[in-house]
Design a protein around this ligand. Structure first.
Ligand SMILES: [Zn+2]
Length: 397
């Protein structure tokens, strides 16, 4: 049925072009033969469509439209239709033929260049698209801004973060983009991508510079904050790392468990393990996060023994039942050596069942397209949106 819709659109576009051609012809007193030719090819194309020969129909319609220079807009619509149908080669031909036309109005030529660049992107010819778009972006025409957005999408696809930043910064000088939260967030992410790479390479001061620059576009962006906590810890600024972790726990508690180990390590470096336990208790009081509970129970088992950890988990299991808590409780029960081997075997089997169910619930999901992942992606691989992936709500519950 989609094909029928596309052909209906195609026919409307062709008819409009044909009528435009007729009226244009009339105004410039074109010879009557012209209209006859269009009419002939138009009906030939229609005949191909009726006989379910869409490729021949498209070729004939393109030929019919080539006759008249008044039909540039129709060519652009037809080219875009062809691209959407996956016929990128034909779309490229339509747009190249348009650009080869002498005396084409600048506005329409820019439109054709943008469409041709989109054809190249769809066909994976990114180098050609980039060249074409760079020319447009360097000019001062209306097409400049759309060219810049397309260039950013190419650099994002190729993970070329430096040119992506340059183009995004130029876009953000335009009033239409300056206050756009999504474009500002993109600028943060591109800086974070660079900072992340620098952190892995141990170039801490350069990573800090990138994070600071990114924060100019959006203060306290979650990804920037998570990386800042890591940077401060790796730089030995444990108090600063703890401050950043506390802020994330308050403003983005669903992401806080990503930082549990880092925060514990920072407190430990300061010799303040007790302070960490106090903070974690406070966090669990506000939010019975199963991952935080699991860590807390392990800390209790290490310091006060398995018996106290079992009591702690029993209390929480009644108040906030969760698969993760139940599985952890069974692990401690098995460790407590109060059961015979048959009973221990049963406990282990039940624990495995719980863990299997919990594993199915763990992970992340895009709030826009529903894409599910085991790991956190800042850019959704499904719908290509930034910041749309969140930890699953039921995480381990
Ligand atoms: Zn998505």
């Amino acid at each position: 049925m989609e094909g029928v819709g596309i052909y209906a659109l195609l026919l409307v576009a062709i008819c409009t072009g044909w009528l435009l051609g007729r009226s244009g012809s009339r105004s410039i007193k074109a010879p009557p033969r012209l209209t006859r030719d269009i009419s002939h090819e138009y009906f030939a194309g229609l005949n191909y469509l009726v006989n379910d020969e869409p490729d021949e129909a498209i070729d004939t319609f393109i030929k019919a439209l080539e006759v008249n220079g008044e039909t540039v807009e129709t060519h652009l619509a037809l080219g875009a239709l062809l691209r959407r149908r996956g016929k990128v080669d034909k779309a490229i031909k339509v747009h190249q033929a348009l650009l080869a036309r002498p005396g084409l109005e600048t506005r329409l030529a820019d439109g054709a260049r943008l469409q041709l660049a989109k054809d190249y992107i769809s066909g994976g010819l990114l180098d050609r698209a980039e060249r074409l778009l760079k020319e447009l972006a360097q000019g001062e025409s209306q097409g400049k801004w759309e060219a810049l957005t397309l260039l950013v999408s190419i650099y994002q696809l190729e993970k070329e973060w430096l040119p992506a930043i340059t183009c995004t910064e130029e876009l953000l000088t335009h009033s239409a983009f300056r206050r756009d939260a999504e474009w500002n967030a993109r600028a943060v992410h591109y800086h974070c991508e660079l900072a992340e790479r620098l952190l892995v390479e141990g170039q801490l001061s350069e990573a800090r510079r990138k994070l600071r620059k990114g924060a100019e576009f959006q203060r306290h962006h979650l990804r920037g904050s998570l990386l800042t906590a890591r940077l401060e810890h790796e730089s030995g600024n444990y108090n600063a790392a703890i401050r950043e972790c506390r802020r994330i726990a308050e403003h983005s508690p669903r992401f806080f468990t990503q930082l549990l180990d880092l925060m514990a390590a920072s407190y430990s470096k300061l010799g303040q393990d007790g302070e960490f336990i106090k903070f974690l208790n406070g966090f669990i009081d506000k939010r019975a996060d199963p991952v935080a509970l699991q860590l807390m129970s392990r800390l209790i088992a290490e310091t006060e023994g398995v018996g106290r950890a079992i009591q702690y988990l029993r209390r929480h299991l009644v108040a906030q039942p969760s698969l993760a808590t139940a599985a952890q409780l069974l692990e401690f029960e098995a460790e407590s050596k109060q059961f015979d081997s048959a009973m221990l075997s049963d406990i282990e089997k039940i624990r495995e069942v719980l863990l299997t169910h919990q594993a199915n619930q763990l992970g992340f999901q895009c709030s826009y397209c529903g894409y599910e992942a085991r790991q956190l992606h800042w850019l959704c691989p499904g719908c290509h949106r930034w910041d749309s992936i969140q930890p699953k709500l039921e995480n381990g519950r």
